[in-house]
Write a protein that binds this ligand. Structure first.
Ligand SMILES: Nc1nc2c(c(CN[C@H]3C=C[C@H](O)[C@@H]3O)cn2[C@@H]2O[C@H](COP(=O)(O)O)[C@@H](O)[C@H]2O)c(=O)[nH]1
Length: 347
């Protein structure tokens, strides 16, 4: 029997209760979208069955570490302030790797492998450092040309939104110089080594990280690349030194284009028929449209409901860990219906 997803209604107050700590206002702002939304729903029954499936898996598998390995093959790491600046650039350019409908994806060859998507972005930035480009140097970034960006991301096809990537790279360099003496580590110190404060500082200081939308006169906050930057710092340094951040468990899931694809695959997210048809036909969903905002807000709340379900069964896990698990599942998504396609610099 197909569960009919229930749209948000009055007695969902407790289901969508706001966490006590939401200083970035991401949960409170996105909850409004769940209340008013008409194109995307969360199927609570499917949240329950996905949680049960994961609990079952956890019992069966030996106690795997929740910490996915930070893949040193594709990430520059020298443990110094240079690595911290490199990571900021990585997440300033961490968006939109998909090709037009029925077109091949942009790929690069690196160390004998052909990579695409996020892995290609990271590896291309590592390759550039290995080729002598000081991508960790704010001065250099502040005047980097689009030709150099094209050279960095050279491969088959052209990386989407190349111009915007040049703008973002120059913005990172300029603001690091203006506000942080050229070092992102200064921002970390100003944010008291707190993940949520760092995400807020990024979103409020670097315009390309200011990932908010307007939905029926409400400001909706996602801050996806700002939040993932904090999580990536943590992963890259194994939670030590510059990666030793407080309140990581207060981050929300990162509303990209792969998580909704995976959540919809598990029927946790359901789209109204017209939207489902658009997505399945790989038609563009307009940036800032109600449909796009509802997909992203439902992604964040579906992960929060999943987290609460797992925690209530004694499986304590945070949104970033649920995010990582879902994103990695999305790396093998050939049998899944397409992800939604919105041309944007925000994810
Ligand atoms: N929600 C969420 N979105 C994430 C990530 C990552 C990579 N991070 C991990 C990787 C190594 C470290 O362990 C990091 O934890 C990339 N993306 C987004 O996905 C999209 C790219 O996808 P594809 O086209 O398939 O490469 C694009 O929007 C990109 O911004 C994540 O973790 N969570």
């Amino acid at each position: 029997m197909v569960d009919i997803a229930t749209s948000y209604d009055a007695d969902d107050e407790d289901l969508y209760s706001l966490p006590a700590y939401d200083p970035a206002g991401i949960f409170s702002s996105t909850r409004v979208v769940l209340e008013l939304g008409e194109h995307v729903w969360i199927n609570q029954n499917q949240v329950e069955s996905l949680a049960q499936r994961w609990l079952q898996e956890e019992q069966e598998a030996e106690n795997r570490s929740n910490e996915a390995l930070w893949d040193a093959r594709y990430h520059f790491h020298d443990g110094s302030e240079r690595t911290v600046n490199w990571l900021l650039l990585l997440d300033a350019l961490n968006f939109c790797f998909w090709a037009e409908k029925d077109q091949p994806r942009w790929t690069i060859d690196y160390q004998g492998e052909t990579l695409n998507g996020y892995w290609a972005e990271a590896a291309a930035l590592k390759r550039a450092v290995e080729e002598g480009l000081p991508l960790w140097d704010a001065e250099y970034l502040s005047t980097i040309s689009n030709e150099t960006i094209a050279q960095i991301f050279r491969g088959t096809q052209t990386i989407p939104l190349l111009e915007q990537r040049g703008n973002n790279a120059r913005e990172v360099g300029r603001i690091l110089l203006e506000r942080f003496d050229g070092q992102f580590t200064r921002a970390l110190e100003q944010a008291n080594h707190n993940a949520v404060e760092l995400a807020l500082l990024l979103a409020n200081t670097f315009p390309s990280f200011h990932d908010v939308a307007s939905y029926r006169q409400h400001e909706i906050r996602f801050f996806k690349r700002a939040q993932i930057c904090a999580a990536d710092l943590h992963h890259a340094f194994g939670g030590k030194e510059w990666g030793n951040l407080a309140d990581l468990d207060k981050l929300t899931a990162f509303a990209d284009y792969k998580l909704p694809q995976v959540l919809r695959h598990y029927n946790v997210l359901e789209y109204c028929p017209p939207l489902a048809e658009q997505v399945d036909n790989q038609e563009l969903i307009t940036a800032g449209s109600e449909e796009e905002i509802e997909i992203r807000a439902a992604t964040i709340w579906a992960c929060e409901l999943l987290r609460r379900r797992l925690s209530s069964q004694g499986h304590m896990v945070n949104a970033a860990e649920i995010d990582q698990k879902l994103w990695l599942l999305g790396q093998h998504s050939t049998d899944m219906r397409p992800y939604h396609r919105t041309r944007t610099i925000y994810y």
